[in-house]
Every structure is written in structure tokens, then in C-alpha cells.
Design a protein around this ligand. Structure first.
Ligand code: SF4
Length: 602
């Protein structure tokens, strides 16, 4: 099939061995790329191991759309067995590394083993080397990026970790280009456990597509369509921060560790305030709607903001100043910490302090304390030791019922949407395949604009449709979903792009089938790796069922547990899973996953 480099690069850090393998046609046809390639490889090769042992593998995978001349295509997926959740973990990242990897002649890189000393991987087309990184170890991601750019050139694709990943903090991510981040479920710690500071990629080749001329025309039309969209101008002014005011109005802004859904100081830090502070923008390669807004942070340095990090490091910890949030966000990026999980951990600690279940006094909105916590969490010191494994881990240490307000699902912290009044979005967090990520099924806007409080089967069907598109297609293709989500860029473009690239006609039905195969394989992986895995893993935190907010539109509203359980049962039925959420043999067989069903049953 055209449009792929057709090669997998395998690097064994323990043996210092580098090899190249063909990627089969059936792999491309059945799993498309990105997340699809990653889960197939991880299912086949990463079995019953400790995620931080040298037996784990980390995958960097592109898809057929990655790095092509079409809207927002500069993405790749980073995946591994997660040290935070114990199951399958991944995340996409916008990076020049995605563009360079295919030009270097590979669709994916698999790194296994553990280097004896701090190392980094250099991929220059066919020339691949494992190099010494002792001088880089301990450097934050901005410093290390500068050093690597100086050595290898500013245009190199660089993926790297900060001290948090080196210290095996389970909420650490992989960073790129001083602000792009990916791999929320601890992919930074997996790199750290391998003594792998960075992957530097420089590719000079090109991948022949089926019809380059057509792709060029389609790509151009796609960019033009995006620019002409009604919401484009407003998007360019506020980006994802347009969600801030909307969430506050609808009572779903995460506030005080998700106790509330409205923030009394929201007007001091919404998208309109951001517009006034904005000095520049940043984003991923190939993107015409770059969503990273740069402002001057509280120390007058350049720092980036988007809705998720403002929600989680602002209202969720009671902080009401965008420059202060921006400073925390820059610190998180430098340390290589996931900003969503970090905001959740800090909010959790502030609530633990308020409730007196820890002796330390940390007040809501205490900026000095929050900065100290970022350093302690990144360094695995002080109170950081309590949350190094996320809020689930912290609640297991503290006990005293703190699991009820540890805002996570499957071990991954919930992103910036409070769901007391959004049962569909709660189910979306509950059933997301990597833990509580909004990336797979951000149904909240549709839910609020339709019948918000219903627990209908139609809502569950819609959720599955969203998962197929977002978590199935976009994560495998691999391109950014925001043009579709935010400015209503036409979904009908994507089969056209795929056909021009690969020569294969694939309808949305075909793509849904690939998405279902990927979801089922991820679910099977959880079951194989976590033997107790089952229905309870799809439960959102008790807070949403038991403690309604005291203010705003959602005052007094909470999720009805019985009705949530009914929706979950419908979800399983529609997915072809049993009442415990485990894929049925016939479902796996229908998707061509017969070997998986045999292994699960054994
Ligand atoms: S919209 Fe934002 S996340 Fe998506 S590709 Fe553009 S810059 Fe990256």
C-alpha cells in the first residue's frame, strides 16, 4: 500500500542492536497506523511485565496521514504498557519528529531494553545510532531541546523527557519543541526507565503517495475550507480557551478538585482575558489553526496556555491568574509532567489538606505552594512522593475514603470537564481505553446541546460513534481532530485523503471497523494484563454520584448511579462485550481477532 514507508525500526538498548523490519500489508489494512500499530505490537510483544522493567517497549508510530501536506497532520502516537494505569497507555503528540520519521524511511520505532548509561537515539535516514546522553541527564526539556538543536540543527524532530521522566514519576510525558506533549499515562517514565533521554530524527527522503497531485489539490482545498469556516476567526483569537467561559456557564469547569463546576473568578481568566495577554502562538507542524497561545507568565517569560492546562492548573486548584497558571504550565513542561494529571494531583493534595487527612497546610489558590508542589512532584520529593503515582496511588496510601474524591478512571486523571451534570461525558471518561482521557470521546458539547440529563441508549450510540472517529480514526491516521471538532471541517475529506495517499478506497464504515478492532484489542489487553479488570474499571469517581456542586447551573445535580449502570450495560451490549465489559468471542472473531479470543479464553 502506498503512503507508508513500510518499515519498522527496532532498537534494543540492552544489546545496542538496531534492526529494520517490514510492516506487513495486513497490518496496514487492519490497523491503519498510529494507535492501531501500537496496540498490535504491544499485544503481540509486551506480556505480563512490569511497565518500568527493561521488558517493556515504547512505540513511536505514525499513520498514513502523518506529516502529509494536509491540515493538522504533524502528529504521531507514543504508546507503551502504562506504569500509571497498568494497562495500555498512549497519547498523540504534534511534533516535527512525526514529519521526519516517515522521511527517514520508517512508519514506527520500537525501543526495547534498557541502556546502561543515559543515552539518546539519533535517526538520520538509514543511519541510526545510540549516543551518550550523560550531559543531558538532569536537564529540563527546554535546556535539553536547545542543546540537541545546537548539535543536530533546529529543524530536527526531537522527542525528549525532563527530570520527571528520569525520576520515573508516573504522570510524566514525552515533550517536543518546548510545549508539545504526549503520552499522558506515564510514557515519560517508560523512557526514563530505559535511560533514554531523547529520540532525535532527521529524514531527507520522501514517501511516494498513490496520487501526489490529487493529494496536493485536496490538501490545498482543505486548508482553504478551514480558513473560510464561520468559527475560524474566533478560534484563532481564543483557541481551546473558548471552552473556558462555556464550561463555566454550563457548570462543568473543574473547580476545587471537581467539587464545583463554576469558578467565582472565571471572568479574570477566560478566553477574553487571554486575548488581551496573547503575544504569540505555537502549534504542531502542518497546522493552520495553531492552538498554543503564548503569554508572558508571572516571571515575564514566554509560556503557553490552552484550555486543559488552564482548567486544571487554574480553577481546579483555586488559582485565578493566567500569568500564574502559565508559569505553572511552563514549569510542568520543563519538568516533563502532564499538566492535566499535575493539576489533579495538586487539587487532590489541597483538598486532602483542607480535610485534614494530611498534616501539611496547602490552601486553595496558594501560588507559592503550587510551585513548590510542581518541583516536589517532578523531583519525587516531599509531598511529591505521595502523588508520584497519580491520585489513585495517593488515595491508596492515604485511605480514609479519599478514593471517593481522587478524580481518575483506570488510574488516569480526569481532564478538565466536571460531569456532575453530564452523564454521557462521564461514561465517555469511564470507557476511554487509556483511562479518563477526553481525547477518545468528547461528547460533552453534543450532550449539552441536546438532552443533557438523559441517560438514553441513543446517547450511548452517539458516544460509540465519537469513539470510533476520535479514538479509532484520528489516533490511527494519525492527524489532529481539532479542525473537525472546533471549526466543523468536513469528515468526508478524510477518506479522500486516504485514497489519494494509499490508493485504497475506505469508507467511514471501513474506518469504523478498524476503530472497533483497535478498541477491542485494547480492551483485551487490559483483561490479559490486569486479571481483575472488569466493570468496576469503567466507574467514574464517587464524587460525581454523591456530592453535587453547591453553586451554578448544576447546583444540587449529581449522576444517578443506577441509570449510569444501565448506560454502561448498553455500551457493552452495543460493543459486543459481556456484562463485565470483556469482549465476547464472536465479537473478536468477527473483527479477525481469533487469536486474541483464544489467548483470552486460555
Ligand atoms: S489544532 Fe492545536 S493540537 Fe491540533 S494540530 Fe493544530 S496546534 Fe496541534
Amino acid at each position: 500500500m502506498k503512503g507508508y514507508a513500510g518499515k519498522l525500526l527496532r532498537v534494543d538498548l540492552s544489546e545496542g542492536k538496531i534492526s529494520k523490519e517490514e510492516i506487513s500489508e495486513s497490518m496496514k489494512k487492519d490497523f491503519l497506523g498510529g494507535r492501531g500499530f501500537a496496540i498490535k505490537l504491544i499485544w503481540d510483544e509486551v506480556k505480563k511485565i512490569d511497565p518500568l522493567s527493561e521488558q517493556n517497549k515504547i512505540v513511536f508510530a505514525t499513520g498514513p496521514l502523518s506529516g502529509q501536506l494536509l491540515p493538522s497532520s504533524g502528529k504521531m502516537v507514543i504508546a507503551s504498557k502504562s506504569p500509571l494505569t497498568g494497562g495500555y497507555g498512549d497519547g498523540n503528540i504534534g511534533t516535527m519528529a512525526s514529519v521526519h520519521l516517515k522521511k527517514a524511511g520508517y512508519d514506527m520505532v520500537v525501543v526495547e531494553g534498557r541502556a546502561e548509561r543515559p543515552s539518546y537515539l539519533l535517526i538520520e535516514d538509514g543511519n541510526v545510532k545510540i549516543l551518550e546522553a550523560s550531559d543531558l541527564w538532569g536537564k529540563n526539556t527546554f535546556e535539553a531541546q536547545d542543546i540537541l538543536e545546537k548539535i543536530h540543527g533546529r529543524n530536527s524532530g526531537i522527542l525528549l523527557i525532563g527530570p520527571a521522566g528520569e525520576n520515573l514519576i508516573r504522570i510524566s510525558t514525552v515533550m517536543s519543541q518546548k510545549g508539545r506533549a504526549g503520552g499522558r499515562p506515564g510514557m515519560g517514565a517508560v523512557m526514563g526507565s530505559k535511560n533514554l533521554k531523547a529520540v532525535v530524527i532527521k529524514g531527507t527522503g520522501s514517501i511516494p503517495n498513490f496520487d501526489d497531485e490529487k493529494l496536493k489539490q485536496f490538501g490545498k482545498k482543505g486548508y482553504e475550507e478551514i480558513k473560510g469556516k464561520e468559527n475560524y476567526e474566533f478560534w484563532m483569537r481564543q483557541g481551546t480557551m473558548q471552552a473556558f467561559e462555556w464550561c463555566n456557564e454550563n457548570g462543568c469547569l473543574p473547580t476545587y478538585n471537581f467539587k464545583e463546576g463554576v469558578f467565582e473568578f472565571s471572568k479574570e481568566m477566560d478566553g477574553y482575558v487571554l486575548e488581551k495577554l496573547h503575544i504569540d502562538r505555537k502549534g504542531c507542524p502542518m497546522c493552520s489553526m495553531q492552538c498554543g497561545h503564548i503569554i508572558k507568565d508571572a516571571s515575564a517569560k514566554r509560556a503557553e496556555l490552552d484550555y486543559e492546562n488552564v482548567g486544571m492548573l487554574g480553577p481546579n486548584i483555586g488559582l485565578r491568574s493566567l500569568p500564574q497558571v502559565a508559569l505553572l504550565n511552563r514549569m510542568a513542561d520543563e519538568w516533563g509532567l502532564d499538566t492535566i494529571s499535575l493539576g489533579s494531583c495538586i487539587g487532590f493534595l489541597m483538598e486532602a489538606s483542607e480535610r485534614g487527612v494530611i498534616p501539611e497546610k496547602i490552601g486553595w489558590g496558594d501560588f507559592e505552594a503550587a510551585q513548590k508542589l510542581v518541583r516536589e512532584i517532578g523531583g519525587g520529593e516531599g509531598l511529591g512522593k505521595l502523588v508520584y503515582n497519580g491520585v489513585r496511588g495517593a488515595s491508596e496510601i492515604i485511605g480514609k475514603g479519599s478514593n471517593r474524591w481522587a478524580m481518575q478512571v483506570k488510574g488516569l486523571e480526569i481532564s478538565a470537564y466536571n460531569c456532575h451534570g453530564c452523564p454521557g461525558m462521564a461514561l465517555s471518561f469511564g470507557t476511554s481505553p487509556i483511562g479518563a482521557s477526553h481525547k477518545d470521546a468528547w461528547i460533552i458539547a453534543w450532550e449539552i446541546s441536546t438532552d443533557r440529563f438523559s441517560y438514553s441508549k441513543e446517547k450511548v450510540q452517539k458516544l460509540i460513534e465519537f469513539q470510533r472517529i476520535r479514538g479509532g480514526f484520528f489516533e490511527s491516521a494519525t492527524v489532529c481532530r481539532l479542525p473537525w471538532v472546533e471549526v466543523s471541517f468536513g469528515l468526508d475529506w478524510y477518506p479522500k485523503y486516504l485514497e489519494a495517499i494509499t490508493g485504497n478506497h475506505m469508507s467511514w464504515e471501513d474506518l469504523y471497523q478498524i476503530g472497533d478492532r483497535i478498541y477491542n484489542l485494547i480492551r483485551a489487553y487490559w483483561k490479559r494484563e490486569v486479571p481483575r479488570f472488569g466493570r468496576a474499571w469503567d466507574d467514574p469517581p464517587d464524587r460525581w454520584f454523591e456530592e453535587p456542586p453547591s453553586q451554578g447551573k448544576m447546583k444540587g445535580v449529581k449522576i444517578d448511579r443506577k441509570k449510569y449502570e444501565q448506560m454502561l450495560s448498553w455500551y457493552y451490549e452495543l460493543r459486543g462485550w459481556d456484562e463485565d465489559g470483556i469482549p465476547l468471542k464472536e465479537t473478536l472473531d468477527q473483527l479477525g481477532l481469533e487469536e486474541v479470543s483464544r489467548e483470552l479464553i486460555m
